[in-house]
Structures are given as C-alpha cells and as structure tokens.
Design a protein around this ligand. Structure first.
Ligand code: AMP
Length: 282
C-alpha cells in the first residue's frame, strides 16, 4: 500500500493502472476510520482491481465555528486499517495541495441542499461537491462509495454525477452501527461517557418512528413529533432537525404516500452534532 500526498503522484499511479486495463474504486473519507468506512472499502475491494481511499479533512465543507480544527486526525492509524483492508493507495493531501493559492472554483447546486443539514450548514454541500469533483478528476474512478449514513450527501453526489455527465458509478452503502444502535461516526469520539451512554436514544427514536409509518401512520408531523419527544427525553440533547422528505427531491412531505427519507441531526451536549436516518419504500 502506498500513501501518496500529491495530486501528480496519484495521477501517475492512475495512468499506470489504466495502461494495465485495471478498474479503480474510490472511497472518499475524512479519516479517523471506523467500521462504517471499512464497509465501504470492503465493497470497493470486492468490485474493483484497485482501491484508493482519500483521507482528507476538507476545510471547504466546514462552516465558521464548526469542528474543522478539532476533527480527529491520525494518518498512521488509518493507514494500518487500510493496509489490513487491502487498500492500494491512500491519498492524504495537505490542504495547500488541494487548495493552492489562487484557488477560486466551486461546484454547487440549487436543489437538494436547502433543507435537512443544508439549513444549518449552508456552505457544507458546496464544499463536499467541490472536493468530491476534485477527487473524481484526480482518481478517475470507475466506482465511488458513499455511506447512506450521510443520506443527503449521497443524494447530492448522485444528482451531481447525473447532471454533469460524470463517468463514475455511485454506490450507496448501508449504515453501520454500534451494538447499541448508535450510527458509527468519527464524531462519536467527541462524546463524554455520559453523552455516549445516552446517544443510542437517537436510533431508538428513529426506529420507533419507522415502526409508526410501517404500522400505517401517514401524517409526517405526528411521526416527527413522536421522534423528537423521545430524543428530547434524555435531557442533554438539542434537536437541529427531524424531517421527513421525499427520497428523491428531499422536499418535506406532509402526507407519507411515496418513498421517504426520515433524517435527523441532534446535538449531544456541547460536544457533538450527530446524524441518523432511515428510508422507507411506501
Ligand atoms: P466521513 O469520513 O465521515 O466523511 O465519511 C466518509 C464516508 O463514510 C461517507 O460516505 C460516509 O457516509 C461514510 N460513513 C461514515 N459513517 C458511516 C457509517 N456508520 N456507516 C456507513 N457509512 C458511513
């Protein structure tokens, strides 16, 4: 396994692979890898000749006052996990390599990004789209792997690839959870022991909401209120949003009559903003 730091090194490597007729799978990450990331890597490993993992905390997707500085970073630890998982190349650039002086181009969209996480993180998806575009241009993957945990991100990337005629297949991968149901996340490391013990309430509430819909509830507001009540019952939580949206347009739905995404973002104390979601085919 190689750890490459520059765009030109990756492009050289990709050129060699292409000459050999090999397929490439890309797993974009911000590092501090856990089993969620590893499930994406496993899928990539199964379906491509070569696997590239990008390990880059992308400043462009963090707003002012967000956790860019405190985001956990440990390339050595990540490299050990990647090596074991059969990764061929880790691309771990410095910020100055990705955004050299004079950088001023962006990729953005008008739809899909206004609600859910986009409401409280207005520049987030512009940063995600821009960095993912750069990664696609650098690595030219046949396949790229994204987690359903970041459901809005997955929808945005899928839309972008269709809208901009990009030659990459986007593969969504299921949410990997802790034994107590908490969705695995690099940000779980921010939780105090007390917050960690309370955090599974998010998934418990979402599972209850899911069951309400399966049992026939079609009024979104009723489901949202029930989920919110359970989440707020533990005290240290503050809700950013609980929303039920059309799974394609991500527009809120009042009555649940088509496939939906139910998503939430919850602040645990002062330390972490955690997200979770489920999709249902109606
Ligand atoms: P991140 O490093 O948090 O930017 O995540 C990199 C990729 O891993 C994204 O596509 C995430 O959706 C995915 N991911 C993160 N956590 C999980 C999880 N618990 N289950 C599945 N995929 C995940």
């Amino acid at each position: 396994m190689k750890i490459l730091k520059t765009v030109s090194e990756v492009k050289e490597q990709v050129k060699t692979w292409r000459k050999e007729g090999l397929t490439i799978g890309l797993v974009p990450t911000m590092g501090w890898l856990h089993e969620g990331h590893l499930s994406l890597i496993k899928k990539a490993r199964e379906n491509n000749d070569r696997v590239v993992v990008s390990d880059f905390v992308n400043p462009m997707q963090f707003g002012p006052g967000e956790d860019f500085d405190s985001y956990p970073r440990d390339l050595n630890r990540d490299a050990g996990l990647c090596e074991k998982a059969g990764v061929d190349v880790i691309f771990a650039p410095e910020v100055s390599e990705m955004y050299p002086e004079g950088f001023c181009s962006y990729v953005d969209m008008n739809g899909l990004t206004g609600g859910l996480c986009g409401k409280s993180r207005p520049i987030h998806f512009r940063g995600v789209q821009t960095v993912v575009n750069k990664l696609f241009n650098i690595v030219t993957p046949d396949n790229a792997y994204f987690g359903e945990k970041d459901a809005q991100q997955l929808a945005v990337i899928k839309r972008m690839v269709v809208d901009l005629n990009m030659n990459v297949k986007i593969n969504g991968c299921p949410i990997i959870r802790e034994a107590d149901g908490l969705a695995k996340s690099s940000r779980n490391s921010y939780l105090t022991p007390e917050e960690r013990s309370l955090a599974p309430i998010i998934n418990k509430a979402m599972t209850m909401g899911r069951q309400m819909i399966i049992d026939g509830e079609r009024n979104s507001q009723k489901v949202i209120e029930a989920i919110s009540e359970v989440i707020l019952s533990v005290g240290v939580t503050k809700i950013d949003y609980v929303s039920i949206v059309d799974s394609l347009s991500l527009e809120p739905v009042e009555t649940i009559e088509k496939d939906i995404l139910c998503a939430c973002a919850v602040y645990m104390g002062n330390s972490a903003r955690l997200i979770d979601n489920f999709s249902l085919e109606i």
